[in-house]
Design a protein around this ligand. Structure first.
Ligand code: ADP
Ligand code: ZN
Length: 248
């Protein structure tokens, strides 16, 4: 018998330092979901999207779609995704700027996979003020297990896991009936490179944000923990930050 909440350690760091609750007003809700490759950013973002009724923006999904459609952008960035390197800041920033100007972002958004460098964070800051960072802390063993068993819907991008988050019908997306595929960069050698890139280029962002934005730290120490457990906790913490009253 498991009590998943014991495995989940969620805390807000020093809310009083921040002025979120005072400035909340009628602003949009703008969140960043942060964590290493395979920490569950996409899984949590898609669940938070339906709870909060705001847009999710996954730069990884946008890039994979561009590659699938073989657009100009897709042609330019394919080599970075295939090798686990970061797409150059300039290209990423342009994509995100255009995306957050779309009508579905009017009520707010969750950024999944952006920012990933200090340069990107600075560019974002000139456009919007982020109100909270959901910071996923997951041990490396769980991540490797997750990534090697991860399957993604080719049509809608929904994420499954062959062991822990199975679709109702094998190989078929519950949401849209599309085929489930393995991401090209979910191979051991590219996974290792993605980790390396995360530690070197993305981890320093934590320090950059530390004194600027409240963190909701979510620790997951059990691979079988249902994502819903974490989502409930995140919702509670968002409420404490006075953000959920803006749910449209
Ligand atoms: P993960 O976090 O599991 O590695 P993502 O889907 O977020 O997966 O990203 C996949 C790939 O897309 C990255 O390895 C990188 O090549 C590219 N990418 C996504 N977001 C960014 C970003 N903000 N800056 C640079 N490259 C990015
Ligand atoms: Zn689907």
């Amino acid at each position: 018998m498991f009590f998943f909440t014991h495995l989940l350690n969620i805390e807000i760091v020093d809310i009083d330092k921040y002025s979120v609750s005072k400035t909340a007003g009628h602003d949009k809700m703008k969140l960043v979901i942060f964590g290493p490759p395979g920490s569950g950013k996409g899984t949590y973002a898609s669940r938070l999207k339906s709870k909060l009724n705001i847009a999710t923006i996954s730069t990884g999904d946008i890039f994979r779609e561009a590659i699938k459609q073989d657009t100009e952008l897709g042609k330019k960035i394919k080599k970075y995704l295939d090798s686990g390197q970061l797409v150059p800041d300039e290209a990423v920033i342009k994509v995100v700027r255009n995306r957050i100007a779309k009508p579905d972002c009017e009520k707010g958004f969750i950024l999944d996979g952006f920012p990933r460098t200090v340069e990107q964070a600075k560019a974002l800051e000139t456009a919007v003020k982020i109100e909270a960072i959901i910071n996923l802390l997951v041990p490396e063993e769980i991540i490797i297990e997750r990534l090697s068993n991860r399957r993604t819907c080719r049509n809608c991008g929904e994420i499954y896991n062959l062991k822990t988050l199975k679709p109702k019908k094998e190989g078929i997306c519950d949401k849209c009936g599309g085929p489930l595929i393995q991401r090209k960069d979910d191979t051991i050698s590219v996974i290792k490179e993605r980790f390396h890139v995360f530690e070197k280029q993305t981890r320093p962002l934590m320090r950059y944000y530390e004194s600027k934005v409240p963190f909701i730290n979510v620790t997951c120490n059990d691979i079988d923990m249902p994502p819903e457990e974490a989502i409930e906790q995140i919702m509670k913490e968002l409420k404490k930050l006075n953000l959920t009253k803006r749910i449209p």
